[in-house]
Design a protein around this ligand. Structure first.
Ligand SMILES: *Cc1c(COP(=O)(O)O)cnc(C)c1O
Length: 382
């Protein structure tokens, strides 16, 4: 793979511009003697709070833990009860669904909108009318595209749904509609938002890391306790908790990269624009182009091709030196672990999974590379 002309993702290249600052931050942590918690993590939490406008940030171990600890905290609060339904788009990464199961809640899988590939107000409405006991919704800003609008907001308020955003793929995106608490940044729209800093994410750490953002001080306290053995202070365990803390070394890496989030996202937009302008094939459906740079922060650039041509198209791209991926080839409800999960008709989600191809979009791919990959696609004879 590494000798590929256009690798799907080259993380060393993504991080190369930050190398000196990352090395300096790493040395700072080595010399500090603080390897769990402490000032690096606290500073990171403050900086993410400033960036998102959300008052309470808890640095945690990864995005899945951010999601599952928040849901468990909502249960501990009495905001949700065991067995309550949580609406979640069926085409999401499995971590969204795992978090719901882990908290003893019930995933209510719904088809996304065919065009945006995100949860829509209509999809949410249908889920509410066809399922009893739905008390929460998890909008997933999939591929970096904002899954929030005035209709969804109104429905969440009317049905008093708890809203936990899965913001793993959309750090820095902004909604055109107000969030429940007024703000417009993804991760700040609902009652809480979960961030992932998994290295391939738009703002990635150099290992696993995540964060919970919330407007609710009580929820914040519970999440922080759950992530620290369930202790609200030393040797005082109020919950049967976990060890899901963010490492200071990752906080230090992220403090270098966080200020460049908008720049990285703008660079991804340029690559998306190159694909949008250059790909021209009747059998390829391009993703909706964003109107503003922040409507979609292009975590992935996902085209759709007829299912019977998908594998041949990927092979032809690979032969021409361009790496691709599929996000996600097998939807959560078709995974063995969810063989017994009840759900409605998800044929749209299944059809989509058979048609998707993700093209290189990270900053290791230049705009010229993207234009060239688009020309390769146009020339494939299938
Ligand atoms: C990456 C991701 C997660 C999980 O984040 P990790 O940090 O890898 O645990 C959750 N949801 C979505 C949509 C993701 O893309």
């Amino acid at each position: 793979m590494s000798e590929m002309r256009y690798p799907f993702l080259d993380l060393a290249k993504v991080n190369a511009p930050y190398e000196d600052a990352l090395a300096e931050a790493a040395v700072r942590v080595v010399r500090s003697g603080r390897y769990i918690g402490g000032p690096e993590v606290e500073a990171f939490e403050r900086e993410l709070a400033d960036m998102t406008g959300v008052p309470y940030i808890i640095g945690v171990s990864n995005g899945l833990d951010a999601l599952r600890l928040t849901l468990r905290a909502m249960v501990a609060q009495g905001r949700l009860r065991e067995g309550d339904g949580v609406v979640v788009p069926a085409n999401t990464y499995i971590a969204s669904v795992l978090a719901i199961s882990d908290a003893g809640l019930r995933p209510v899988l719904v088809n996304p909108d065919d065009r945006t590939m995100n949860l829509s107000a209509e999809g949410l409405e249908r889920a509410l009318s066809e399922n009893d006991g739905v008390r929460a919704v998890m909008p997933v800003h999939l591929y970096g595209r904002v899954a929030w609008d005035a209709d969804i907001r109104e429905m969440c308020l009317r049905h008093r749904l708890a809203v936990l955003e899965d913001n793993a793929q959309a750090i820095g995106a902004r909604s055109t509609a107000d969030g429940l608490y007024g703000g417009r940044m993804t991760g700040a729209l609902g009652d809480a938002g979960a961030f992932s800093f998994y290295p391939p994410k738009n703002t990635g750490a150099l290992g696993d890391a995540g964060a919970v953002a919330t407007h609710d001080p009580e929820l914040a306290k519970i999440v922080r306790a759950l992530a620290n053995y369930g202790a609200d202070r030393r040797y005082h365990n109020i919950y049967t908790g976990f060890n899901c803390r963010m490492d200071p070394i990752q906080a230090a890496m992220l403090r270098v990269k966080l200020p460049y989030t908008d720049k990285e996202n703008a660079d991804r937009f340029e690559r998306a624009l190159a694909y949008e302008r250059t790909i021209e094939r009747a059998d390829v459906v391009k993703p909706l182009m964003s109107e503003a740079v922040t409507d979609c922060v292009w975590h992935q650039y996902v085209i759709r091709v007829p299912a019977d041509k998908r594998d041949a198209m990927r092979r032809a791209l690979e032969t021409a030196g361009a790496g691709t991926d599929i996000h996600y080839a097998v939807p959560p409800h078709m995974q063995p672990c969810y063989a017994r999960l009840a759900h409605g008709d998800l044929s749209l989600t299944e059809r989509m999974a058979a048609e998707l191809i993700s093209l290189p979009i990270a900053t290791g791919t230049t705009v010229e590379d993207a234009s060239e990959i688009a020309r390769i696609i146009n020339a494939i004879e299938i």
